[in-house]
Design a protein around this ligand. Sequence first.
Ligand SMILES: [Zn+2]
Length: 382
Amino acid sequence: MPKSPSDTSDNPVLPLYTQSAFFPWQVSVWNKLFTQHVLPANKNDNFPHALLLAGIAGIGKKQLAFYLAKGLLCQSPEQNPHSGEVEPCQSCRSCQLFNSGSHPDLYHITIPEDKKIIPVDDIRALIQWSVLSSQFEGKKIIIIEPAEAMNSNASNSLLKTLEEPVAGTIIILLTNKKQALLATIRSRCQTIDLALPEKLLATQWLEQSLMSEGNKAKAQLLLSLASGAPLFALDLSRGDQLKVRHTILDHLFSIINDSIDPVRIAESLFKQTKLKQTKARQTKAQQAKNTKKPLLISTYDVIYWMDSMVSDLARLAQNCTHDTINNIDYYDDLQLLSNRLHLRKILQLSDLINKAYYEIQGSVNINLLFENLLIDWKNCKK
Ligand SMILES: [Zn+2]
């Protein structure tokens, strides 16, 4: 399941093209993918023609992919004499073009703003591009993310290129949901499973990042809410994201305590998601005119935080401890609540929430979806 709010991608930690380092938890994967590949002893150019970087959202897959692309295109990668790591030089013509976001040998495909999937036409366009000659007489790099956003037409179209790779062209696919990809796509790529960073390393990085932004949010809580994914944790510290979480969790407590009707909450949340969509369509000038700042909630936020709370309750009902839940600041309330709920119904609701992640990608009636989930939530009570 995706484990990051829908707007994470609008707010990357670092500009993707100008990134000048990999994250501290990526040292070994960097050395495996790049340092060992470019060292003179390995100069037989055996880099895989298709790479699949898999792992949960918010651990830096996209940043790693772009930095790797910069390194593969760099004309004179440099080795750090102390650490031994080889990295892009940042100063050659290729690195300069990369940093400006206009390298002619890089092709980046993602979900178009007005769509929910990567259309087959976009894949066809990249296939045409892949057979052209490189501008720098070197490699050409294609980055496709998130790969699970390709529908079956787009996937099948890409499959041919994966089966008959064009010499010198490297395709890097990124996915949060490896199992959602066609087995035939997976089998034609070299898969690198990126694990969650070690807790201490992630906390240190997050504390430093929060400090540099003058943000006093607590790293440990953020990291826990983000299931250990540091970039997602940093994103949660920004804007109204924690307020959104509190609002949704408070609604869930009110429903289970019978102090409010789930249908009313569903309607109210639905209206707030509409507001967010309206704001997204407004120009900056229109937004500036509007001095009132209502809390903007996305459909994804509702599903995500409901999932987060229900998963915690399922863990607590199965006698898991404080360390294993995400909403650690609500631990006492959740612990008490877990005794008042049917575990079987909680697990059934969890399945429905997991389905909802896919349903909201389509044309489902969101108000009705919220209503059904919230009524089921209320019925979890013993
Ligand atoms: Zn360079």
